[in-house]
Design a protein around this ligand. Sequence first.
Ligand SMILES: *[C@@H]1O[C@H](CO)[C@@H](O)[C@H](O)[C@H]1NC(C)=O
Ligand SMILES: *[C@@H]1O[C@H](CO)[C@@H](O)[C@H](O)[C@H]1NC(C)=O
Ligand SMILES: *[C@@H]1O[C@H](CO)[C@@H](O)[C@H](O)[C@H]1NC(C)=O
Length: 248
Amino acid sequence: MRRLLPSTALLLLVSAGTQAADLTKAVVVLEPPYNRVLTSDSVTLKCQGTDPFGDSSTQWLHNGTLISNQTSYFIKVASVEDSGEYRCRKGLSELSDPVQLEVHVGWLLLWTPRQVFQEGEPIWLKCHSWKNNPVRKVQYFQNGKSKKFSYNNSDFHIPAATSKHSGSYFCRGLIGKKNESSEPVDIIIQGSAVPSTSSLLHWPQIPFSLVMVLLFAVDTGLYFAVQRDLRSSMRGWKNSKVSWKQGP
Ligand SMILES: *[C@@H]1O[C@H](CO)[C@@H](O)[C@H](O)[C@H]1NC(C)=O
Ligand SMILES: *[C@@H]1O[C@H](CO)[C@@H](O)[C@H](O)[C@H]1NC(C)=O
Ligand SMILES: *[C@@H]1O[C@H](CO)[C@@H](O)[C@H](O)[C@H]1NC(C)=O
């Protein structure tokens, strides 16, 4: 029982260590959640993550240049120049993966939170207009075929995506008297269960079990070393007691 305790403590340390490693990489989150926007749109970029040493400062990089030390980066009126790669960092944490922002010039833009979905996931597409101008008689197209019509612009909702929902999408509608179309966007639906990749995902278990074997060996070694030391010091203590008794 006694020898289990150090192993448990080591295990906790190891798992705390791996968790901290995961937390040190910041993530850029967009609000609204679309990386393609129109000129004049507002976009808030948030930096999610924590610095392991509690440093709450934030750094923002646009195309590699430091642009802000604010917690969030707010683009009030987007222009084409705001396009590019954004990264952030919290304190001394690792720099986030890049998020590519595209600011388009046009009347309509098909909004999709992502371009790649897994089978079974829901999808909401929006026909977003410049400066949120009202759009009427909106149609959504997939591979050139009209899939949805709404008099006043409503979302195109796919409750559970299947492979047949993959394709090129765009929306079209009337802004005032102008008949406008968005640029096409490719949407890809990936199959859910692919055994080869899921078994690939398990490969970190091999080094982890090796680490556990090593830890166990070190721990066992420590245990015997400590026990030996304890025994010899006990012996030493007994001897001194004996010699003290014999002394006077
Ligand atoms: C961010 O802070 C650093 C040091 O505190 C300063 O040198 C830099 O000019 C600041 N950058 C911006 C864009 O505010
Ligand atoms: C939506 O369109 C209908 C006509 O089809 C109209 O009566 C209604 O007021 C519209 N709703 C909004 C919120 O604009
Ligand atoms: C917009 O133009 C297309 C042809 O380019 C036409 O088929 C469609 O009906 C028009 N849409 C509206 C709402 O008038």
